[in-house]
Every structure is written in structure tokens, then in C-alpha cells.
Design a protein around this ligand. Structure first.
Ligand code: HEC
Length: 139
């Protein structure tokens, strides 16, 4: 066997586990994808007073709460807003991307969360859960 064909076989063998993994681990959805799949039904039209995408007045107040606070509250659920948007298969990162995407479309400049932001959201989530055990959601 020629050296070049040995090399090609070796490369294929090395790439195989990577290719299999790439197929079985789906990439995270973008904020826009999550919005379209899950959030738009309510946030597109404002069902049950959901803050509408692009409504800068309403979103201005929400954005002022801060990215980690607002994201955690929505993730846990607040009044008409179901926890995780009603989709238990969404990861926190995907959900947070959707919140950031909606905020960007409504006058804000929030970015997809990095590791630091995700940590802040997680810590706010625990606080929120504790708070809700003591009193029902106020905001
Ligand atoms: C079944 C309808 C529904 C779906 C689906 C839904 N939302 Fe909501 N959402 C609401 C309503 C209603 C509110 C307003 C809650 C309130 O303040 O009374 C809300 C509020 C929010 C808020 C503001 C929370 C706050 O603290 O005021 C955010 C952020 C949010 N939603 C994000 C999302 C994201 C991201 C998705 C998709 C993954 C999503 N929502 C899917 C109904 C929905």
C-alpha cells in the first residue's frame, strides 16, 4: 500500500468519532430559531399581555431590569409566562439566546450569553425560586 493511501485511511479513522458525534449532538439553536419555534405564538402578537417583539416602550422597562434578572425570571416563569416558555427540552443557553434576541429586536443590545452571564442567570434563578416559595410572583 502506498504511503498516501495509508495516510488517507488514517485520517478517515481519526475523523470518524468526530463525525459521529457531530451527528448525534445537535448544535444549540439560535435565539431567532427558538423565538420562531416557541416564543412567537405569544410574543409576536402579545397574547395574555406578553411583551410584544419590537415594542420598545414595554421592553425598555424590562431591559432596565438587567439581562440576568429578566432572563432568570422568565425562565422560572412569571404570571402568564410559562416556565421555559412551556418547552422543557430547551436548554438555559438556548432560552437566554431567545430573550437576548427579543431584547435586541426591541431596542436593546443584549448579546447571546457567555459563561459568565449564564452563571449570573443560574444564581438569579436560585434566588428567584427561593423568593417564590415565600411569596407569589410580583414581577
Ligand atoms: C403561552 C404564551 C407564552 C409563550 C409561549 C412564551 N411567553 Fe414569555 N411571556 C408571556 C406572558 C403572558 C408574559 C407577561 C408576564 C407578565 O408579566 O404578566 C411573558 C413575559 C416574558 C418575559 C418578561 C418577564 C418579566 O419578568 O416580566 C420574557 C423575558 C419572556 N416572556 C421570554 C419568553 C421567551 C424567551 C419565550 C420562548 C422561549 C417565551 N417567553 C414564550 C407568555 C408567553
Amino acid at each position: 500500500m502506498k504511503t498516501t493511501s495509508r495516510f488517507v485511511i488514517l485520517c478517515a479513522a481519526l475523523a470518524l468519532p468526530w463525525a459521529v458525534q457531530a451527528q448525534t449532538v445537535p448544535a444549540l439553536k439560535s435565539g431567532e430559531q427558538v423565538y420562531r419555534d416557541t416564543c412567537m405564538v405569544c410574543h409576536g402578537t402579545g397574547v395574555a399581555n406578553a411583551p410584544r417583539l419590537g415594542d420598545k416602550q414595554v421592553w425598555g422597562k424590562l431591559i432596565a431590569e438587567g439581562q440576568h434578572v429578566l432572563t432568570a425570571h422568565a425562565w422560572v416563569g412569571v404570571r402568564g409566562m410559562p416556565a421555559k416558555g412551556g418547552r422543557n427540552d430547551l436548554s438555559l443557553e438556548e432560552f437566554s439566546r431567545a430573550v437576548a434576541w427579543m431584547a435586541r429586536g426591541s431596542g436593546g443590545n443584549w448579546q447571546d450569553p457567555d459563561a459568565r452571564m449564564l452563571k449570573l442567570i443560574r444564581s438569579e434563578e436560585s434566588k428567584r425560586i427561593e423568593q417564590l416559595k415565600k411569596a407569589p410572583a410580583k414581577g
